[in-house]
Ligand binder design. Structure first.
Ligand code: GRF
Length: 213
């Protein structure tokens, strides 16, 4: 198999998806290494976990008046010497700049707690309850310039129960996120994902780049 992939993990809070992916790396299930954990929030709980596991962390707070473009240019400059193959957005709450997306085109994965294209943006679980859908779930997708619009890698379905409230539904979706996101990262790290237009094909084994269209 090809060399391991170098992963930059972006978080803003609890970091439970980051932890699930890190555990996949530690167990040797993911052919990758988390080379940095980036947070926009100095108090993000996920940073404590990262430090306790000896991972490099970096906090980039968006200063008052600083523009989003400059903010992400600054992060890009800091990632430059890390040879990052994959950026993982694990509950990262800032919208990326166009420059950043272009720099890591087709190499940024995000998880969203709904079955896209339904309920993009914030409070996806509350949106699903308010709409009255019987099934929702989670989606791992590549990031493009839109909000939760990039090509879909994997989805998992979660039924909505009559007695559900936002927190109970969110908990059951989160269980699926912790299964789905490490799997998507694993597939990426094994060069098994092929983006064809809006579709992402999952190959049984590593893709030989010479055979791609
Ligand atoms: C998850 O529900 C994820 O789908 C959303 O933000 C939440 C992050 O949770 N994008 P955590 O920080 O990974 O625990």
């Amino acid at each position: 198999m090809a060399d391991h992939k170098r992963i930059a993990m972006f978080i803003s809070g609890r970091g439970s998806n980051f932890m699930a992916i890190h555990q996949g790396v530690e167990r040797g299930e993911i052919n990758g290494r988390i080379v940095t954990v980036v947070s926009d929030q100095p108090e993000a709980a996920g940073l404590d976990y990262a430090r306790s596991r000896g991972l490099e962390t970096a906090v980039f707070s968006l200063g008052g008046g600083e523009k989003r473009i400059a903010y992400f240019d600054h992060i890009t400059a800091n990632l430059a010497d890390k040879d990052v193959h994959l950026v993982v957005l694990a509950g990262f709450m800032k919208v990326l700049s166009a420059n950043f997306i272009a720099r890591y085109r087709n190499r940024i994965l995000n998880i969203h707690p709904a079955l896209l294209p339904s309920f993009p943006g914030t409070d996806a679980q509350a949106q699903a309850l308010a709409y009255g859908v019987k099934y929702t779930g989670c989606t791992v997708h590549f990031v493009d310039e839109g909000v939760d619009t990039g090509p879909i890698v994997l989805q998992a379905v979660v039924p909505v129960l009559d007695q559900d409230e936002v927190h109970t539904l969110s908990e059951r979706i989160l269980e699926q996120e912790h299964r789905l996101f490490p799997l998507a990262v694993k597939l990426f790290c094994e060069d098994r994902l092929e983006i064809r237009g809006r579709r992402v094909l999952v190959h049984a084994s590593e893709i030989n780049p010479a055979r791609l269209p």
